[in-house]
Each structure stands twice: as structure tokens, then as C-alpha cells.
Write a protein that binds this ligand. Structure first.
Ligand code: HEM
Length: 270
């Protein structure tokens, strides 16, 4: 099977669809949809064609989620969409535009990143057979292993901030209004923070504190969910298919995006 398409991709999409109350019969398009929207986050210009495609995709999502709001207004469920719709109506908290933007963000943020955490983690393990054997022998290491996968090969490599006022940071003046790009993947390998071979995968590494979920008030809302999904996916796979091997661990196909770092395919057999 292809560990990305047939495995890593299914779980986060199913979970986010459940959380948002997307009915089963609407889901096929989400399972088969393209995973190319990550280009929009890249710090390089998009071509006019890509902008056109991106806008069309956003329009389609807006139309779909408008229908979902209508459905959940009429048929409330035990899901986040129902809660957000009701929050809007009770307390005038969310405008329709805010509601749509937040649901689209939750849906998008909630899967590609986690697919890549599972994929990058599995690749890292198979490229380091001693670590794979250690985890199989000590399944209790999985929680720390997930933190190490996040650090070792972060599925989000960069986030950004805008300076709200002039500030001095590490001896550099950043004028008000300037954008700052934060290279999370690089910070995760900082030898001052990880003196013991930061370039090495060590699932038992003490004090792993990856910056892969960002920080401060915009710290990833789904961090805990992503950790749990990856933990369940990887530990179940190791338990159920202990003889699984990658067809070619040294030449994987990466997706062309930089900010969202993940594999296009990861063929495996057992
Ligand atoms: C491995 C998986 C994930 C990674 C690496 C990741 C990473 C990130 C990063 C780097 C940010 C920006 C934080 C900052 O600039 O300080 C972010 C924001 C966000 N993430 Fe995640 N994320 C993941 C999974 C998820 C999931 C599963 C969800 C939702 C179900 C989610 C929802 C969000 C939302 C809503 C924000 C915006 C938060 C805000 O601006 O206040 N993420 N995430």
C-alpha cells in the first residue's frame, strides 16, 4: 500500500469530518480531493493560474460550508459546526464570514499537517532501524517519539509574524509593520537547545520541546489532537503490521512545498 494515501491521509480526514459534523455521504470528495492547496502558504509568488485555482477552491469550500451551516441550523448535531452556528445566533459572536473562515481554517489546518507528521515519522523510523526496533520493543516510548518526530522533521517548517511596533530582537532592529519569518524546522535542530546530536533521531531524547506548533497566542489549536492521532496511527501500525517495510526508504517522493513538508507517496509492503 501507499502509506500516505491509503493510511496517513484517512485518519485525520475522518476525524476532522466527524468533529465538524460533515455527513458520511458528503465525504467522498474530501477523501479523493487534491492535496495541493499547501502552495498558498509558500513565501514565493503564485502564478496567476495558481491564484485562479486557489480562489476557485476557496469558493467551492465556502459554498459547501454554507450548506453545512444550513443543515446544522435545521438539524443540530453533537459537533463543532453546530456549536459555532449556535454561538453565532445566541450571542452574535460570529458573523457568517467569520464562521466560514474559521471552519475552512479548521478543516485545512487539521489534515495535511497531521498526514505529514504520520508520514515523516514513519519514514524517519524506517531510516533508523535501531529506533524502529527500540519503539517496537518499548511501545510506551510512543508519546516521546511523536515529540521527536515533530522536532526531527517538522511537518510545518515555517510560520510568520508582523511587528506591531519597533522591536530589537537578537541585536537586530525590526521596524513596525515588517514581516518576520520564523524557521521552525531550523529552530528544532538548534545545537544550543539540543546539544546531543540534533541531526540524529532519538525517540528517547529527554526534554524535546519542538516549535512545530508555533507559539504564543497563535499556538496551534489542534496540537493535542494531532499528537493523539499520530500516536494512535503509528503505534497501531507497528503493532498490527510488525513486518511492514518501505519499498525504498532512501528515495522517497517529497511534495514540492516548503512550508508544509511531507511525502507524496510512501509505498510499503508486508
Ligand atoms: C502535526 C500537525 C500540526 C502541525 C505541525 C500544526 C502546526 C501549526 C502551526 C505552526 C501553526 C501556527 C502557529 C503560530 O504561528 O504560532 C498552527 C496554527 C493553527 N492550527 Fe495547527 N498544526 C497541526 C495540526 C492541526 C490540527 C489537527 C488542527 C485542527 C483540528 C489545527 C488547527 C490550527 C488552527 C486553527 C491554527 C490557527 C491558530 C491561531 O491562529 O490562533 N492544527 N498550526
Amino acid at each position: 500500500m501507499d502509506l500516505i494515501e491509503d493510511f496517513a491521509f484517512r485518519l485525520p480526514v475522518t476525524v476532522i469530518c466527524d468533529m465538524l459534523g460533515i455527513p458520511e455521504e458528503h465525504r467522498e470528495t474530501f477523501y479523493t480531493g487534491s492535496r495541493d492547496s499547501g502552495r498558498i502558504l509558500e513565501p514565493v509568488p503564485l502564478s496567476p493560474e495558481e491564484i485562479k485555482q486557489g480562489n476557485a477552491r476557496t469558493k467551492m469550500s465556502e459554498m459547501y460550508f454554507q450548506q453545512l451551516f444550513e443543515l446544522r441550523r435545521k438539524q443540530p448535531g453533537d459537533d463543532l459546526t453546530t456549536q459555532l452556528v449556535q454561538a453565532e445566533e445566541d450571542g452574535h459572536k460570529l458573523s457568517n464570514e467569520e464562521l466560514t473562515a474559521n471552519i475552512i481554517l479548521l478543516f485545512g489546518a487539521g489534515h495535511e499537517t497531521t498526514v505529514n507528521l504520520i508520514g515523516n515519522g514513519l519514514l524517519a523510523l524506517h531510516r533508523n532501524p535501531d529506533q524502529l526496533a527500540l519503539l517496537k520493543a518499548n511501545p510506551g516510548l510512543i508519546t516521546n517519539a511523536i515529540e521527536e518526530f515533530l522536532r526531527y522533521d517538522s511537518s510545518v517548517q515555517m510560520t510568520g509574524r508582523a511587528a506591531l511596533e519597533d522591536i530589537d530582537l537578537c541585536g537586530k532592529r525590526i521596524p513596525k509593520g515588517e514581516a518576520v519569518l520564523c524557521l521552525l524546522g531550523s529552530a528544532n535542530h538548534d545545537p544550543a537547545v539540543y546539544p546531543d546530536h540534533p541531526e540524529r533521531l532519538d525517540i528517547a531524547r529527554p526534554n524535546v520541546k519542538p516549535l512545530s506548533f508555533g507559539g504564543g497566542i497563535h499556538f496551534c489549536l489542534g496540537a493535542q489532537l494531532a499528537r493523539i492521532e499520530a500516536e494512535i496511527a503509528i503505534s497501531t501500525l507497528l503493532r498490527r503490521l510488525p513486518d511492514l517495510r518501505l519499498d525504498d526508504a532512501e528515495n522517497p517522493q517529497w511534495r514540492p512545498t516548503f512550508v508544509l513538508r511531507g511525502l507524496r507517496r510512501l509505498p510499503a509492503s508486508w
